[in-house]
Write a protein that binds this ligand. Structure first.
Ligand SMILES: Cc1cc2nc3c(=O)[nH]c(=O)nc-3n(C[C@H](O)[C@H](O)[C@H](O)COP(=O)(O)O)c2cc1C
Length: 344
C-alpha cells in the first residue's frame, strides 16, 4: 500500500473516518481500532471556545493506543482557533482538522463551519494563525461551497494549500444541499486537480466498490466515509483490504455484530457512565441491528432501554431470537474466523 503523506504524518490507509458529532467519540474509535489500526480517524467536532476556556480535561481525551487520530475544531476567531489547536496538540492529536463544512444554522450563523467558505479571507487568517501555533499537520474539511452559485472550493483550497494546509476532505455537496441529492464526485475531482496535497473524497461511499469508484472518478488519494461506518465499524478495514489487495472481507454475521455491539455498549458506559452511555448507545444498537430478522420490533425496544442490565438482556434476547430463526442465509459458521472479540 502506498503511504499517504499528510505533512509529516504518514498513514497506511486509504480511508479517513471523518468527524461525526455524537458518533466518533472515544468509544466508537476504540471499536474501529479493533478492526483497523491504521485508518485515519478524527474526533467529533469541538468548539474552539470550549476547548480554550473549559478546563475539563475529559474534553477530547484521546487514548494512547488510538493513533493516528485528529481533533477537529470549529470557530471563526483566529486567535481562539490557534489557542484551541495548541491545546488539541497538547492532548496528543496527530493533526488538527478545521471544520469549514458544517451546514447547521446554529453553527453557520456565527460564521463557523461552512460559513467560513463565504469568508475566504477570514478562513485564510484562521489557517495562518493555527499553522503558526502548532507543529502538527493541519487539514481542512469543507463542502463544495455555500450554495450552487458559490462553489468556491477549488479556489479556497488553492489559497489554503499555499498557507500550509496538508490535506483536504471535500464533501461533494454544498451547504445549501445539506444531505440531499447525491454527492457530486466530479466536482470533488475539480478541487483535487487544483492542489497537490492529498484529498479525501467524501460523500455517499457505502461499500469497498463505492470507494474504488470514487477514487477512479476523482483521482483522490483516499476516501472519507462517515455515515456508512455507523453500525459497521469494520468498514474501513474492508475498504483498505479491497483497495490494497483486491481482497473482499465479508462483514461479520449477525451474531458477531451483536458481540461487537456489546463491546461498543460497554465502552460507552465505561467512558460516559450508565445514564449517558446507555442513552447514546441506543442509536448505535439500532444501527448494529439494522437488517436483522424482526429488527423493527427490537428497534422499538432499544429506544426504551435505560440501564446496562436492560441493554444486555435485550441483546441476549435478540441473540436467542436469531438462533431460533437462523437459517442457511445466516452464515455464522462460515464467518467464524472474521474476528475474535472479547465482550468483557
Ligand atoms: C451524525 C453526523 C455528524 C456529523 N458531524 C460532523 C462534524 O462534527 N464535523 C464535520 O466536519 N462533519 C460532520 N459530519 C459530516 C460527515 O463527516 C460527512 O462529511 C458527511 O456525512 C458525508 O459523508 P458520508 O456520505 O460518508 O456520510 C457529520 C455527519 C453526520 C451524519
Amino acid at each position: 500500500m502506498k503511504k499517504i503523506k499528510i505533512g509529516k504524518l504518514e498513514i497506511n490507509s486509504f480511508v479517513y473516518i471523518p468527524p461525526m458529532a455524537g458518533v466518533t467519540d472515544l468509544a466508537f474509535r476504540k471499536v474501529v481500532r479493533m478492526f483497523d489500526k491504521d485508518t485515519l480517524i478524527a474526533t467529533e467536532m469541538v468548539s474552539s471556545k470550549s476547548l480554550m476556556y473549559k478546563s475539563d480535561p475529559s474534553i477530547m481525551k484521546l487514548s494512547l493506543d488510538e493513533h493516528p487520530v485528529g481533533i477537529q475544531i470549529f470557530g471563526h476567531e483566529p486567535d481562539v482557533m490557534a489557542n484551541a489547536a495548541l491545546i488539541a496538540e497538547g492532548k496528543g492529536a496527530d493533526f488538527i482538522d478545521i471544520n469549514m463544512g458544517c451546514p447547521v444554522p446554529k453553527i453557520t450563523k456565527g460564521k463557523d463551519g461552512a460559513a467560513l467558505m463565504r469568508e475566504p479571507d477570514l478562513a485564510c487568517e484562521i489557517v495562518k494563525a493555527i499553522i503558526g501555533a502548532v507543529s502538527i499537520p493541519v487539514t481542512v474539511k469543507m463542502r463544495l461551497g455555500w450554495d450552487e452559485c458559490q462553489k468556491n472550493s477549488p479556489e479556497l483550497a488553492m489559497r489554503l494549500e499555499q498557507l500550509g494546509v496538508c490535506a483536504f476532505t471535500i464533501h461533494g455537496r454544498t451547504r445549501e444541499q445539506g444531505y440531499s441529492g447525491n454527492a457530486d464526485w466530479e466536482a470533488i475531482s475539480k478541487v483535487r486537480k487544483c492542489v497537490s496535497v492529498p484529498v479525501f473524497g467524501n460523500g455517499d461511499v457505502r461499500t469497498p466498490h463505492d470507494a474504488l469508484r470514487l477514487i477512479e472518478v476523482t483521482g483522490c488519494s483516499g476516501v472519507a466515509i462517515a455515515r456508512a461506518t455507523m453500525g459497521s465499524p469494520w468498514l474501513s478495514m474492508q475498504i483498505n483490504k479491497f483497495l490494497s489487495y483486491g481482497e473482499i472481507v465479508p462483514s461479520p454475521n449477525d451474531f458477531e455484530k451483536l458481540d461487537i455491539a456489546k463491546v461498543h455498549l460497554h465502552e460507552l458506559v465505561k467512558i460516559k457512565g450508565e445514564v449517558i452511555g446507555i442513552r447514546e448507545a441506543r442509536r448505535h444498537l439500532i444501527n448494529y441491528t439494522k437488517g436483522m430478522p424482526n429488527s423493527a420490533s427490537f428497534r422499538a425496544e432499544i429506544g426504551q432501554i435505560s440501564t446496562m442490565q436492560e441493554a444486555e438482556e435485550l441483546l441476549l434476547r435478540l441473540k436467542e431470537y436469531l438462533m431460533e430463526h437462523s437459517n442457511k442465509s445466516n452464515n455464522h459458521e462460515e464467518n467464524k474466523e472474521f474476528v475474535s472479540i472479547s465482550t468483557e
